[in-house]
Write a protein that binds this ligand. Structure first.
Ligand SMILES: Cc1ncc(COP(=O)(O)O)c(C=O)c1O
Length: 491
């Protein structure tokens, strides 16, 4: 029963209070927010409104943040009309640029619980049930990826953080193994300038970012060439590792990718694991994009992933969760000791209850695991896996449509759910111009990258609800838009 409290102080109306009637304003605000957003989604006929970016910037800058306050009702309405209405709508069939997913409703419902409960995952006394939920989801993930009882994991803000944490632990483990030197306590050893991370030239840029943040410099990352399909050349990798040792350098980590950002390429993880073992390297698999394949019929394409020392999995990609939601899994939970620091006020040594801050570089941390739990319970792992299988099949069909189109050129056979192509035009920059023009007009939000030195367009197909007609329409629209651009050029 709702008990209406009429005499709230001006400050109380901004908070949820425990006890009868304490959530009345909250309920009204949520109901209004949902109604306004539903209106935005239901009225949308483009992935972006088409408002000129300069005009959008001016309208947002015109919001006076120092002005007298408005009612929350007014602010919700204005935010929906200006901000939501001019947002990139990931749900629209023509929003197809990035690994940026339409979120599942279970995840969105979880997100609103996460916000209102505002648990902080660092310590049990800030996240009682949440601590056990995260651990339960992590245990399920470890098992799903073929890890045993020695494994563990932790939720992170994204693939970037997961990759950084993995390489940080890899470095400290390597230095510990080589010279019993404790990087956490003593800083870098004198031979740190010789440490090397090995990955492919299609690995995500966050491998280099991690090296730079870790004080090794981007020069510490050695990129091995790839085949045309984007997978690492195993012979070249073997040669590279031998060359590095010959040059008295110290390779300590090997990064394999399960789903490169552009090609969706999956490295031969078993071969990489074998080389990592031979050369005593920490083997990290960046499965930010392709990790969800573990749920699909094609999970054998990830064969060998259970041999990795660490795995990055991004739920805000092919697991359809609202940003942000990611995890890092470790084969040997003991390696989390490289991140452990005790603070008197937070996580005392020997605490009776678990404090998840022990396993991460974050302190205050979101309760993102709830989204995965609620999605798995609502949608189920079979349906999630079937969506991935469907996307892979559909991506091949879209690639064929492009291949058969007289004005488009397919640049690579798809591996996961991306299609790399270009509009055939003698001027390379035309494709960049085309992408930007489509974005600004709200015709389509397309990806842009470089393939073999050429400007390329990219479709990243994530939405399992699209039909092949959506793609035929999309390609027709892009083609017509390119025609109109060419006509304007000749005028
Ligand atoms: C292969 C790969 N790894 C890592 C990342 C970084 O992940 P995040 O954006 O979640 O930090 C991405 C992002 O697209 C990616 O494609």
């Amino acid at each position: 029963m709702r008990v209406r409290s009429n005499n709230l102080s001006p400050w109380q109306q901004h908070f949820i209070a425990t006890g009868p009637g304490g959530s009345e304003h909250y309920q009204d605000a949520m109901a209004q927010t949902v109604a306004q957003l539903a209106h935005v989604f239901e009225q949308a006929d483009k992935p972006y409104s088409g408002l000129d970016p300069v005009a959008l910037k001016q309208q947002i800058e015109a919001i006076n943040l120092s002005a007298a306050p408005h009612s929350l009702q007014q602010v919700i309405q204005h935010s929906a009309e200006l901000i939501a209405h001019h947002s990139i709508l990931v749900q629209h069939p023509a929003c197809i640029a990035h690994l940026h997913t339409p979120p599942m409703i279970a995840g969105i419902a979880a997100e609103s619980m996460i916000a209102a409960l505002n648990q902080s995952m660092d310590s049990w006394d800030q996240a009682s049930a949440a601590t056990y939920v995260e651990q339960h989801v992590v245990d399920w993930l470890c098992q799903t990826f073929g890890y045993d009882q020695h494994s563990d994991g932790v939720f992170t803000s994204g693939g970037t953080q997961s990759n950084i944490m993995a390489l940080l632990m890899a470095r400290d483990w390597a230095v510990d193994s080589i010279s019993q030197h404790n990087v956490q306590q003593q800083g870098m050893p004198e031979y740190s300038h010789r440490l090397r991370i090995v990955c492919s030239d299609k690995s995500h840029f966050t491998v280099k970012k991690a090296a730079s943040i870790m004080g090794l410099g981007e020069k510490a990352v050695v990129c091995v060439p790839t085949h045309n399909n984007g997978t690492i050349k195993i012979d070249a990798l073997n040669q590279c590792l031998n060359d590095l040792k010959q040059a008295e350098l110290i390779p300590f980590a090997l990064v394999g990718t399960a789903g490169t950002t552009d090609h969706g390429a999956i490295d031969d993880l078993s071969a990489l694991a074998e080389l990592a073992k031979q050369h005593k390297l920490w083997f990290h698999v960046d499965a930010a994009y392709g990790g969800a394949l573990i749920l699909s019929q094609q999970n054998q394409r990830l064969a060998g992933i259970h041999l990795a020392d660490s795995i990055t999995v991004d739920f805000h990609k092919l697991w359809y969760q609202p940003v942000s939601c990611s995890a890092l899994l470790l084969k040997h939970k003991a390696h989390f000791k490289y991140l452990l620091h005790y603070a008197d006020y937070l996580n005392r040594e020997g605490d009776y209850l678990p404090n998840l801050v022990d396993k991460t570089i974050s302190t205050t941390r979101r309760f993102d695991a709830l989204k995965v739990l609620m999605t798995l319970r609502t949608v189920g792992k079979e349906a999630l896996g079937a969506m991935i299988d469907h996307l892979i099949t559909q991506t091949r069909q879209v690639a064929q449509l492009i291949d058969e189109h007289q004005n488009f050129e397919l640049l690579a056979q798809p591996s996961l759910s991306t299609v790399l192509f270009r509009y055939q035009h003698p001027v390379d920059a035309f494709n960049r111009q085309l992408r930007l023009a489509c974005l600004k007009a709200g015709v389509a939000v397309l990806g842009e990258t470089t393939v073999n030195g050429q400007a390329a367009l990219k479709l990243t197909i994530l939405n399992p609800c699209l039909s092949i007609e959506n793609f035929t329409n999309l390609l027709t629209n892009i083609n017509e838009f390119a025609d109109s651009l060419l006509q304007m050029e000749t005028c």
